[in-house]
Design a protein around this ligand. Structure first.
Ligand code: SF4
Length: 123
């Protein structure tokens, strides 16, 4: 893991109960000082909250992601909007071909996005 602010936020947001700061730096693969700087940035930008927590008598902090407005880009697979937005069908999500097609498009666009930086750099 590269240890960026965004990596830290994703780890924190992936757990509804949050992540202990004393564990976060190990997960990120950075030292505790760098982790403190990352956490400060996330606190300053109001993306996470910090709650005091005692683990075996030792004070640490639990970091919990704040819920912000939904990211509209989460509704897009490439240029394709998720079909549920304008759907008036009786929903059976497990067998919905429109949703399956969209998820397939999402997988393709994610793969293209992750491969594009190395293509640009010529690697
Ligand atoms: S899963 Fe399919 S049927 Fe259900 S709301 Fe989305 S598009 Fe409509």
């Amino acid at each position: 893991m590269s240890g960026t602010d965004e990596d830290a936020f994703r780890i924190i947001a992936s757990s509804p109960e949050g992540v202990l700061q004393s564990e976060l730096w190990k997960i990120l693969g950075v030292d505790s000082r760098k982790c403190s700087r990352i956490v400060k940035k996330l606190l300053d930008s109001n993306r996470v909250e910090r709650v005091e927590y005692r683990q075996e008598g030792i004070k640490t902090f639990r970091l919990i992601a704040r819920k912000g407005p939904a990211d509209p880009y989460c509704l897009l697979a490439g240029d394709e909007l998720i079909p549920c937005i304008a759907c008036d069908e009786d929903c059976t999500i497990e067998s919905c071909n429109d949703l399956l097609d969209w998820m397939y498009q999402l997988a393709i666009s994610d793969a293209e996005e992750s491969s594009s930086p190395s293509e640009k750099s010529g690697e």
